[in-house]
Design a protein around this ligand. Structure first.
Ligand code: HEM
Length: 509
């Protein structure tokens, strides 16, 4: 009896080891060096790749360290059993990002819930389907200057709420304020709806949560639970094994979907009845629905329209809110940047009047500051992987169909060969015209690049700029403890500012 048990115990690890080695060998054979004709050497094995994933090292930090170990050369790693070629050279990034037909967005198959949340939306669609969706959505994002007034109105409300909070608190919680600001901006500009998050931020917590509070709770539940280790391991069986969690997930997602559907209905009603208030600005959703419901072009059904509204809700606020958290932190950590920006505001806008789009466009230092912040602290530190739909050559490698390419923007943005010896330092002047000369166009890609580049790029930049100028007109910012370091928390897909970030605000005379 004892001998078979011992033999089994010895055999299991040997078989597992052999399977792993076989998978790794096959993976290496799908990436062949065109000069030596040999499989790629640089590899993070199956188990270490999974280890990186479990320790959340798969995002920025781990991959950056590994990238340096491999001297910025492409290396193979695994995402589940998917073979990933990690690249951090701007010229390779350019080839991948320009060729959207060959390099398709990797399918959101990591967990069934990720697939449900993103649905068939533009974010994960491919080929003609993606093109048709993007054609319907693009025009809504063309002229974002029309939102400048709304950005200013919500910004003013944020400054009012901050002043209110400062009556009882010495420092203010930045992440929650920036979330409320960006959500309220998204509410009015995208959905024509006031979520009231800013107003709620300065009220004492209520025993009966408001609709907005319930919606944000549902959003947070969905975002933190759509990709978990247990869901990755258990896949479809998770639902029957974790019934309580699954019910909560389903009801949270349903709440968000219902919210999106009601926004779409309201938008349709506005357009049908033509009942719009004076000075009403057509929202992103109004334009998407109108383009979709018009007689021309291919159409999204209501479920797809709702998926895309949800995707904009998700992509449109956490990204900018985290970017702003780091912008405010950087203004305090490197006070000389605050002094320079303030001087530019005095010179170009004045301390009392609301900034106009023309004035904002002429603010070079503000532009450089925002770029430097996105270079070092952009919320998406890896461009979502793209999968080859046929064999192709990329740089020195012949890749087999099915290999995915992950572009590590975090590593590109810190490469000393591109940015100089001070690459890790915060120095906005590196984006001056003189210093930018000769730099590769894909050396700076916080919003990705090529046809699939972020749709909300200009929206987010204008929103950030109006907020920063208006804030500095009113307050002087500092860190309560100058030694404090805002350590990023790496999420599954995003790079979050530390939740404990608090800053001191002094009203200007
Ligand atoms: C600082 C703010 C933001 C950053 C850094 C950012 C970055 C990105 C990145 C890296 C991608 C992936 C592109 C690719 O797959 O190659 C993306 C896609 C996207 N973003 Fe953003 N984003 C931001 C804000 C926004 C905002 C405000 C919106 C909407 C209001 C938005 C909507 C989208 C959409 C719809 C896509 C999918 C585009 C497609 O696949 O065709 N983003 N974004």
């Amino acid at each position: 009896m004892i001998i078979p048990v011992v033999l089994t115990l010895v055999a299991i690890p040997i078989v597992l080891y052999a399977i792993i080695k076989y998978i790794e060998y096959n993976a290496r054979r799908s990436i062949i060096n065109i000069h030596t004709k040999k499989p790629i050497d640089n590899m993070v094995g199956l188990i270490p790749s999974f280890g990186m994933f479990l320790s959340k090292q798969h995002t920025s930090f781990g991959r950056y360290e590994t990238t340096k170990e491999f001297n910025y050369k492409p290396f193979l790693s695994f995402l589940g059993t998917n073979v990933l070629l990690n690249v951090s050279q701007p010229e390779l990034a350019k080839k991948v990002l320009l060729n959207w037909r060959l390099y398709e967005k990797m399918k959101p198959d990591v967990t069934p819930d990720l697939k449900r949340v993103t649905g068939h939306s533009v974010v994960f669609a491919n080929g003609e389907d993606w093109k048709a969706q993007r054609q319907i959505m693009n025009p809504a994002f063309f002229n974002v200057d029309r939102f400048a007034n709304q950005f200013s109105i919500v910004t003013k409300e944020c400054l009012r709420v901050m002043s209110e909070m400062l009556k009882t608190e010495e420092t203010l919680p930045i992440p929650s304020l920036m979330t409320a600001l960006t959500l309220d901006i998204l509410g009015v500009t995208t959905f024509g709806h006031d979520f009231n998050y800013l107003r709620e931020a300065c009220l004492p917590p209520s025993k009966i949560p408001s609709e907005s509070a319930l919606n944000i709770k549902a959003y947070e539940y969905v975002m933190t639970n759509m990709v978990t280790v247990s869901k990755i391991l258990l896949q479809g069986s998770y639902k029957s094994l974790a019934k309580k969690e699954s019910i909560e997930f389903d009801s949270s997602l349903k709440r968000l979907e219902d919210l999106m559907s009601s926004m779409i209905q309201k938008s349709r009603l506005r357009s049908k009845n033509q009942v719009v208030e004076e000075n009403y600005t057509e929202t992103l959703l109004d334009m998407m629905v109108a383009a979709n419901d018009s007689d021309e072009g291919s159409k999204m059904d209501d479920a797809l329209l709702r998926d895309n509204a949800l995707v904009i809700f998700i992509a449109g606020h956490d990204t900018t809110s985290n970017t702003l958290c780091y912008a405010l932190y950087s203004l305090c950590k490197y006070p000389e940047t605050q002094t320079k920006l303030l001087q530019e505001i005095k010179d170009k806008v004045g301390m009392k009047s609301e900034p106009t789009v023309e004035q904002i466009d002429g603010m070079d230092y503000l532009n450089m500051f925002i770029k430097e912040n996105l270079r070092l602290n952009g919320p998406l530190d890896n461009i979502p992987p793209k999968t080859l739909n046929e064999d192709a050559v990329l740089g020195d490698y012949q890749l087999k169909k099915g290999v995915s390419v992950a572009i590590n923007s975090y590593a590109i943005h810190r490469n000393k060969q591109i940015w100089g010896q001070d690459a890790e330092e915060f120095r906005p002047e590196r984006f001056s015209e003189a210093e930018s000369k000769g730099r590769h166009s894909n050396a700076y890609i916080p919003f990705s690049a090529g046809p699939r580049t972020c749709m909300g790029n200009r929206f987010s930049l204008l929103e950030q700029k109006i907020f920063l100028v208006s804030l500095l007109q009113k307050f002087e910012l500092s860190l309560p403890d100058q030694d404090y370091v805002c350590k990023p928390q790496s999420g599954d897909v995003m790079y979050f500012a530390a939740r404990d970030l608090r800053l001191t605000f002094k009203k200007r005379e």
